[in-house]
Design a protein around this ligand. Structure first.
Ligand code: FMN
Length: 176
């Protein structure tokens, strides 16, 4: 019997929601905003996939999603994170996962990263301020590597490097 899956997402500017919708469509499964999901709802399924944005190196609301999953009867928790960082930045992305999970969680929670972009027009005032500070820091940084220079060049304005292609590793994992 195929396993029941729910995709739970937290999204502010829309990228994570779009990825979550694509995954739910591909898997023909339930989809719900983190704000609306309960542990009881998670208990109705076998697998909970939680998707959220990277926010200053942290997966936004991961703690809340983990707590709800722990209170539920679902058997597997999977995480995907979206971010402005290109997928090729494997070292930075690995480091980010290490900062978000304990070493046990790193082993036991399958996790996937999907590059997205930035949408200044949909950010909160506070997020815009944080980005402004980060952009200024990047601009001022001396002896930037080529990659840091590329990042500094793009993060000042909105851009979209998301693609349906990037859900495929997670979809293949869920189908396997
Ligand atoms: C204040 C702020 C901090 C961010 N920090 C990171 C980060 O540490 N790493 C990263 O790759 N992207 C970072 N981003 C980019 C977001 O993770 C990216 O735009 C994400 O896809 C937004 O998801 P959403 O559209 O579902 O809200 C940051 C964005 C903002 C506004």
């Amino acid at each position: 019997m195929s396993k029941k899956i729910i995709i739970v997402y937290k999204s502010v500017t829309g990228f994570t929601k779009e990825y979550a919708e694509m995954i739910a469509q591909e898997m023909d499964c339930l989809l719900i905003d983190l704000k609306k999901v309960t542990a009881q709802m998670m208990s109705e399924v076998d697998i909970v996939v939680f998707g959220s944005r990277m926010h200053a190196g942290m997966v936004d609301e991961l703690k809340k999603a983990k707590q709800l999953f722990a209170q539920s009867k679902a058997s597997q928790f999977i995480v995907f994170a979206t971010g402005a960082m290109p997928n090729e930045e494997k070292e930075t992305i690995d480091e980010m996962w290490k900062n978000n999970f304990s070493s046990e969680e790193l082993q036991n929670i399958p996790h996937f990263y999907m590059q997205s972009g930035l949408r200044y027009e949909k950010m909160s005032f506070f997020d815009k301020m944080m980005m402004k500070v980060f952009c200024r820091m990047m601009k001022k940084k001396k002896n930037k590597s080529e990659k840091e220079q590329q990042l500094a060049d793009i993060i000042g304005t909105s851009y979209d490097i998301s693609s349906k292609l990037y859900i495929m590793p997670l979809v293949a994992f869920l189908k396997s």
